[in-house]
Design a protein around this ligand. Structure first.
Ligand SMILES: NC(=O)c1ccc[n+]([C@@H]2O[C@H](COP(=O)([O-])OP(=O)(O)OC[C@H]3O[C@@H](n4cnc5c(N)ncnc54)[C@H](O)[C@@H]3O)[C@@H](O)[C@H]2O)c1
Length: 258
C-alpha cells in the first residue's frame, strides 16, 4: 500500500528501530511523509531508515536516548531546523516488564515509568512548542491495551505505565487543543514483534486463541491505525484512546499460568 495521505508532512517517530515504531515509520513514509526516526538502537534504526530510503521514501535516523531530556531537545531542534516544521510526532518507545508485584523494586518502578511514560512526555514537551508556532500538529502515543481496566497479573508496573500514558496524553490534549494540536493514544493488543516472538512469558500468556479474531496483530495493522490518527483525516479526533486489539473490547484477558 502506498499513497499520499501524508504527502509533504514531516514526522518524528520515536522507538522507530523495531517492532511497532519501525512499522509506523515505514507506513508514514509509504504515504509520503519525510520521517525522522529516533531510537537508542543505532544499528537497527539506521537499517530501518536505509530500508525506507531504498524503497524510495525519505528517512533519516537520529540516535537518541529518549530518557535524556537534553538529547530529546536536540532531536526536536535538529528536526525542526532541518525541515522547517514538525507535523507529526509518534512515540513508540517502551519496554515490556513482568514481575510479581511483591518482588518489584523502586528501581523497577523508575525503569518502567521513565521509559514508558517520561520519554513520551519529554518528546511532547520539546516538540509541542514547535507545533504551537505552526498552529498545527498531530501526536500519537503508543500505549497498551493493558492500560484498560482489565490488567494481566504480574504486570502491575507495565499496566500502570500504560494507563498513566493514556491519561497524561488525554489530559495534555485539553491544554493544547486550542493551539491546533491533536494528541491521541493507540492501545494495541498483543502484536507480533520481537517481544512476543522471543519472550518465554509472552509465549505462555499470550494465547492467540483468546483473541476474538483468533490471532495476534501484525505491526503493520497497528501502523495503519497510527496513520489514520496522525493524518488530517482525523482532524476532529483528539484525546481518543484507540484500542486495536482484535476485538477484545473490554473482554477477558488471559492470565499467566506457569
Ligand atoms: N508488542 C506488543 O505486543 C505490544 C502490545 C501493546 C503495546 N505495545 C507497546 O508498543 C510499544 C512498542 O513495542 P514493540 O513491541 O514495538 O517493542 P520493541 O522493543 O520492538 O520497540 C521498542 C523500541 O523502543 C526503543 N527504546 C527503548 N528504550 C529507549 C530509549 N530510552 N530511547 C530510545 N529508544 C528506546 C527500543 O530500542 C526499540 O527499538 C511499547 O511501548 C509497548 O509497550 C506493544
Amino acid at each position: 500500500m502506498s499513497g499520499e495521505r501524508l504527502s509533504g508532512k514531516v514526522a518524528v517517530v520515536t522507538g522507530a528501530a523495531s517492532g511497532i515504531g519501525a512499522a509506523i515509520a515505514r507506513r508514514y513514509a509509504q504515504e509520503g511523509a519525510r520521517v525522522v526516526l529516533a531510537d537508542i538502537n543505532e544499528e537497527m534504526g539506521k537499517a530501518v531508515a536505509k530500508e525506507i530510503n531504498d524503497a524510495g521514501g525519505k528517512a533519516e535516523f537520529i540516535l537518541t536516548n529518549m530518557r535524556d531530556r537534553a538529547q530529546v531537545k536536540q532531536l526536536a531542534d535538529t528536526a525542526f531546523e532541518t525541515y522547517g516544521k514538525i507535523d507529526i510526532l509518534t512515540n513508540s518507545v517502551g519496554i515490556m516488564f513482568s514481575k510479581p508485584f511483591l518482588e518489584c523494586t523502586d528501581e523497577d518502578w523508575w525503569e518502567v515509568m521513565d521509559t514508558n511514560v517520561l520519554t513520551h512526555i519529554y518528546a511532547m514537551w520539546e516538540i509541542i512548542p514547535y507545533m504551537e508556532k505552526q498552529g498545527k500538529g498531530s501526536i500519537v502515543n503508543v500505549s497498551s491495551k493493558l492500560g484498560s481496566p482489565r490488567p494481566n497479573d504480574r504486570e502491575a508496573f507495565y499496566t500502570f505505565a500504560s494507563a498513566a500514558l493514556t491519561m497524561v496524553s488525554r489530559s495534555a490534549q485539553m491544554d493544547t487543543a486550542k493551539e491546533g494540536i491533536r494528541i491521541n493514544v493507540l492501545a494495541p493488543g498483543v502484536t507480533r514483534t520481537k517481544w512476543t516472538e522471543n519472550d518465554e512469558r509472552a509465549k505462555k500468556f499470550a494465547d492467540p486463541a483468546a483473541v476474538p479474531m483468533g490471532r495476534f496483530a501484525e505491526p503493520e495493522e497497528i501502523a495503519n491505525a497510527a496513520l489514520f490518527l496522525a493524518s488530517d483525516e482525523a482532524s476532529y479526533v483528539s484525546g481518543l484512546c484507540m484500542e486495536v486489539d482484535g476485538g477484545h473490547v473490554g473482554g477477558e484477558h488471559v492470565t499467566a499460568q506457569d
